[in-house]
Every structure is written in structure tokens, then in C-alpha cells.
Design a protein around this ligand. Structure first.
Ligand code: SF4
Ligand code: SF4
Length: 371
């Protein structure tokens, strides 16, 4: 599989566009383009955040891709995403605006169809079906353009995780509730990725996020764009660029075990990997890792007890909380109440999904270990 990497020193259209042209050529994407093609771009717009903050896909990366598509005769382009909150016109209008997507009109349409349909999964999948936003299902060609981040629950967020945004609105927290175990949740993500099956995945890593991603971390630029048809192997490669062990990321580990990610077959095209990369800070949820220091036969029982002893819970900073209720809205366990204009958390029933932390616009929620 061909993995491309191109250095881009800043968010500047005239620097991004040549990189896009090069990786499209390396991957021979031009041969798939035709004037009647219906292309849907799936960015990361996890919440309404200004693109100068590395939580969402930068609009200039999308703009350069649209320019390339236009120059290859493709005019039917839609940008579709279900962000972390509600999935309706009013909510998404604000998300499009704050994330800087309005500047992409009229060359691309910002999706206004907020319906979703159920699609059946392949035989052998644990999930029998997924409820997916309609524009993705109606596309001839899906371009998945994600942001590179560390992630409080999954450890890493790239191409595979970005496709969770094809699940409509508040059905996402419900899926966290249905699969609270990271192994089950990761398997669900892989089955969803195989169901959506984007033709191309681009990783915006010009600036990336470290620490308490997907929305509470800080900037860690890599000054690069990655692109590949194989999103699984690409996630393995991107995690390594971040200084993570890909096999510590459950969804990537399962992708390798299932033969979806094949890092041994990867062929790098474009620029070389810089030799001055520094490791990303991991989220607070992942900081206690005594297990890896133990002999293999002790790791499983240790993890069993440690997962109970060291379970992570959300911790509220009352000074920062403005009582907006976004955490309560996204909590699949319904254990957050707004009382006296402040959030109040009940620990019992918490599944440590950190949807609340993800959706808090004030960074008022951090992670606390039980022990
Ligand atoms: S914790 Fe954050 S999301 Fe929840 S009410 Fe307070 S400010 Fe809003
Ligand atoms: S309180 Fe936060 S971490 Fe716990 S279940 Fe609710 S959203 Fe998930």
C-alpha cells in the first residue's frame, strides 16, 4: 500500500495545494474522477471550534482538495459531518460557521440533509447494522479528512475514529453506552469504517492535538499532510509518528490482528519522516500504565483489577463551569445534572467515555483516577 507524506509548514492555501496535487498523483486518484461523480468530504468538526485550535480539520486543507477536484472536472461536492452535539440545521449552521467551513461555498455544499438511514453490515460482523447520515450513503466517493489527535477514550484519533462522525448526533453517546469496554467499542469502530469504506483518507497533521483530545488538548504541530487509500495502515503509521506504540491503541491493534492494517507492506511516497519528531503527550486517562512493566503472564490479571481500581472519572472545575448543559446533553448514562448553573456528576453509572469532557466548551472537565 502506498502511504504519502508531504511537509507543509503552515496553513496557507498556496503551500497546501501543491502537496494535495502530489499525493493525489502518487495515489493515482485522478483515474477515478469523472464529471458526474458525487463526492462527499467527511471532515472532523467534533464541535464548534475556530480552526486555529487543533480540534477540527482545517478548512484550507478541505479547500485545496475541493480545488483539486474542481480541476479534475468534479463539481458535485458535499461536506457532511455529524459533530459531537445535535444533528440538525440550527446546530450545524453554527458548527459550519465557527469551524470556518462557510468559506468553502459555493464550490462545495454544506450538507443540509440531516436524515440518516440504516444499512446492514457484512456477514461476520458483530454489529448487524449501522444508522449512518444519508449524504455518506448517497456518495459515489467518500474522502475522509481527519485531524490527528490523542484521544481520552481511544488513545488516538485519526482516519478510523473520524468515521464515528457518520453516526447521527446524540446516537454517538448512546453507542458509547452500548459498548463501554474499549475492546468492544474499537471493534465497532472498525466495523463502521469497513461499512463506510472511504476511498481516500487524508490526515491533517499540519497542526495536531496532544494531551486531552479530542477537544481539551493542546497544539503539537507535525507540519505535514498524510494521505492513503488504506486508512488502517495509515493510522498505524500516524500513531508511530506521534511517538505512540500503535499496538497499544486497541482499534489499531485489532486492525492489525484482522489483517486490515498491514504495516509491513507500506511503501512511503513523498517526503521523508523528519528525524526531530517529539512524542505526543498522552491524555490523562492513559497516564497510569504499570501493566507494560510487568511480565506478560501478569499483565491480564493486573489489568482486570487495575481497570477497577484505577478507573477514570470526570472531575469538574466549578470555577470554569458556566452551566451550559452540553455535558449533560451528551452523557449516555444520564448521570449529569445542572444545578444552580453548575454541572453535578454522579459517579455511579459512569462508563468513563468522556463524552462530557469532549463536549465541554470551557475545558471545565478533567480526568480523575478513582485511586
Ligand atoms: S461542565 Fe462544561 S459542558 Fe458541562 S455545564 Fe459546565 S461548562 Fe457546560
Ligand atoms: S459522566 Fe462523562 S464520562 Fe461518565 S458516562 Fe457521562 S459522559 Fe461518560
Amino acid at each position: 500500500m502506498i502511504q504519502t507524506l508531504y511537509h507543509v509548514p503552515e496553513y496557507n492555501e498556496e503551500l497546501i495545494y501543491p502537496a494535495v496535487c502530489k499525493f493525489m498523483k502518487d495515489l493515482n486518484i485522478g483515474k477515478d474522477m469523472r464529471p458526474d461523480l458525487k463526492v462527499v468530504i467527511k471532515p472532523n468538526m467534533v464541535m464548534a471550534k475556530n480552526p486555529s485550535f487543533p480540534a477540527t480539520t482545517h478548512p484550507l486543507v478541505i479547500k485545496a482538495v475541493i480545488r483539486w477536484l474542481n480541476e479534475h472536472g468534479v463539481k458535485n461536492i458535499t461536506i457532511a459531518e455529524s459533530s459531537g452535539g445535535l444533528y440538525n440545521g440550527e446546530y450545524m449552521k453554527n458548527v459550519y460557521y465557527v469551524c470556518g467551513m462557510k468559506q468553502l461555498e459555493p464550490e462545495a455544499v454544506l450538507n443540509q440533509d440531516f436524515s440518516a438511514r440504516t444499512v446492514n453490515c457484512k456477514e461476520g460482523f458483530r454489529n448487524h447494522s449501522f444508522h449512518i447520515i444519508t449524504p455518506i450513503l448517497e456518495a459515489d466517493y467518500v474522502i475522509n479528512i481527519c485531524k490527528l489527535k490523542t484521544h481520552a477514550m481511544t488513545g488516538y484519533s485519526g482516519g478510523i475514529k473520524n468515521l464515528f462522525g457518520t453516526i447521527p448526533g446524540l446516537e454517538k453517546p448512546q453507542m458509547h453506552y452500548r459498548w463501554p469496554d474499549i475492546r468492544d467499542f474499537s471493534r465497532m469502530l472498525l466495523e463502521l469504517a469497513q461499512t463506510v469504506s472511504p476511498q481516500l483518507t487524508i490526515i491533517d497533521a499540519i497542526d495536531a492535538m496532544e494531551g486531552n483530545g479530542p477537544t481539551g488538548g493542546t497544539s503539537h504541530p507535525l507540519y505535514m499532510l498524510l494521505a492513503a487509500k488504506d486508512l488502517y495502515t495509515q493510522d498505524y503509521f500516524a500513531a508511530k509518528l506521534m511517538g505512540l506504540d500503535p499496538m497499544d491503541i486497541e482499534m489499531i491493534k485489532q486492525a492489525v490482528e484482522a489483517g486490515l492494517a498491514r504495516p509491513d507492506e507500506m511503501e512511503l511516497s513523498g517526503d521523508s519522516v523528519p528525524d526531530n519528531l517529539t512524542p505526543f503527550q498522552v491524555p490523562d486517562t492513559k497516564k497510569l500504565d504499570f501493566a507494560s512493566a510487568l511480565p506478560g503472564f501478569l499483565q491480564k490479571p493486573f489489568v482486570f483489577f487495575a481497570s477497577r481500581l484505577f478507573k477514570s472519572y470526570p472531575l469538574l472545575n466549578r470555577e470554569l463551569c458556566v452551566g451550559c448543559g452540553k455535558c449533560a446533553e451528551s452523557c449516555p448514562a444520564h448521570i449529569i445534572k445542572i444545578e444552580n448553573k453548575k454541572a453535578s456528576f454522579r459517579r455511579k453509572g459512569c462508563i468513563s467515555c468522556f463524552c462530557c469532557q469532549e463536549m465541554c466548551p470551557m475545558k471545565a472537565i478533567s480526568v480523575k483516577k478513582a485511586f
